[in-house]
Design a protein around this ligand. Structure first.
Ligand code: NAD
Ligand code: LMR
Length: 348
């Protein structure tokens, strides 16, 4: 037997730290993100990290308090933490940026109602990223309306390829998997091939047409469980799709404020799969469209995506029937209207 040890990655001490910038780090999602990132949940158990926390002056004390707690955890991977209200400092040398800082919606609002309050944040941050971040920077937008805020940031980030920008729809994806898992009484790991198409909004299209459970079509499994193909279609149209698409509002109604831990978990999963690879199957993320599936070029739309560790790419060639096309087009129409509403910020 060959006793030569397999090539292993560089030991933790010799790896170059990755600089991760988190905006809105003093807020709710920030607090749920920081400790898991520092523990290695996002970039792996061998990857040292430097954290840069950006806040506005009102949020500085909360972010500084989180930094004290990070120090008290003595995370082996955490090299240092800097808290600042200066975007140039926060994004200096950033390899990864998570744009969380922005207002959450309250009960009765749609996420697009936040455009007026939040859109103005993302152009200056895109410009600050372009001017200060590392050459390999990748940017995830979490702050709502996430797709259009990503569009604004990407448009302002002169010189950074737009494929480095994405928006979070992994939470919707995981919500869809959670609903299917409960309906079919299987563990989430048995499910593959779920897709969120469109906007991170009530118009999104959670699609199970290509999904499998333990390798068999989900549609057949639902028909068997619910008493026929028509019953499965009715459940998908009347229960599953609206439940996933309106889950954010349901959380706000039940909790009294918008999702936090599940959003942070989804952001970590999004970056982890982008950086370390999706493995078999695909996940969902909102990327700048290159015209895939007839989606107009330039809008930030959720697609099925894979990554081999070098960035997300859209899974092409899936068949969408007429009803699926109509649902996708309805969400795309909303994204086009949002782009129109922020035209002066994007120049598009
Ligand atoms: P929060 O109010 O608890 O925290 C937001 C933080 O951002 C605050 O500390 C605030 O001071 C800071 N901030 C505001 N403007 C800033 C700026 N210009 N630069 C840096 N920091 C700034 O809100 P939260 O619960 O953490 O939610 C943050 C955002 O994430 C909201 O827009 C929310 O709607 C969105 N969200 C998105 C998803 C998703 O799936 N895409 C899920 C959940 C929440
Ligand atoms: C969510 O989906 O939970 C977030 O986008 C928060 C919200 O406003 O719904």
């Amino acid at each position: 037997m060959d006793a030569t040890p397999a090539a292993s990655p560089a030991p933790t001490q010799t790896r170059t730290p990755v600089t991760v910038t988190i905006t809105g780090a003093g807020g709710q999602i920030g607090y749920a993100l920081l400790f898991r990132i520092a523990a290695g949940d996002m970039l792996g158990p061998d990857q040292p990290i430097r954290l840069r926390l950006l806040e506005i002056p009102q949020g500085m004390r909360a972010a500084e308090g989180a930094a004290l707690e990070l120090q008290d955890c003595a995370f082996p991977l955490l090299r240092d933490v800097e808290v600042t209200d200066d975007a140039a400092v926060a994004f200096a040398g950033a390899n990864r940026a998570l744009l969380v800082g922005s207002r959450p919606r309250a009960a009765g609002m749609e996420r697009s109602d936040l455009l007026a309050a939040n859109a103005g944040i993302f152009a200056p941050q895109g410009a600050a990223i372009a001017a200060n971040a590392a050459a390999d920077v990748r940017v995830l937008t979490v702050g709502n309306p996430a797709n259009t805020n990503a569009l604004i940031a990407a448009a302002a980030a002169d010189g950074i390829p737009s494929e480095r920008f994405s928006a979070l729809t992994r939470l919707d994806h995981d919500r869809a998997v959670g609903q299917l898992s409960a309906a079919l009484d299987v563990g989430p790991a048995a499910l593959q091939g779920v897709t969120i198409w469109g906007n991170h909004s009530a118009t999104q299209f959670p699609d199970v047409a290509h999904a499998t459970v333990d390798g068999a079509p989900v549609l057949a499994a639902l028909a068997e469980k619910l008493g026929g193909a028509d019953a499965a279609t009715t459940w998908l149209d009347d229960v599953f799709i609206p439940r996933v698409a309106r889950r954010g509002a349901e959380i706000i109604e039940v909790r009294g404020s918008s999702s936090v831990a599940s959003a942070a978990n989804a952001a970590i999963a999004h970056v982890r799969d982008e950086a370390l690879g999706t493995g078999p199957g695909w996940t969902s993320a909102a990327l700048v469209s290159r015209g895939e599936y007839g989606v107009p070029e330039g809008i930030v739309c959720s697609f099925p995506v894979t990554s081999d560790g070098s960035g997300y790419r859209v899974v092409e060639g899936l068949h969408l029937d007429e009803r699926a096309q109509a649902r996708l087009q309805a969400s795309v129409a909303e994204l086009v209207a949002e782009r129109e509403a922020v035209r002066e910020l994007t120049g598009a």
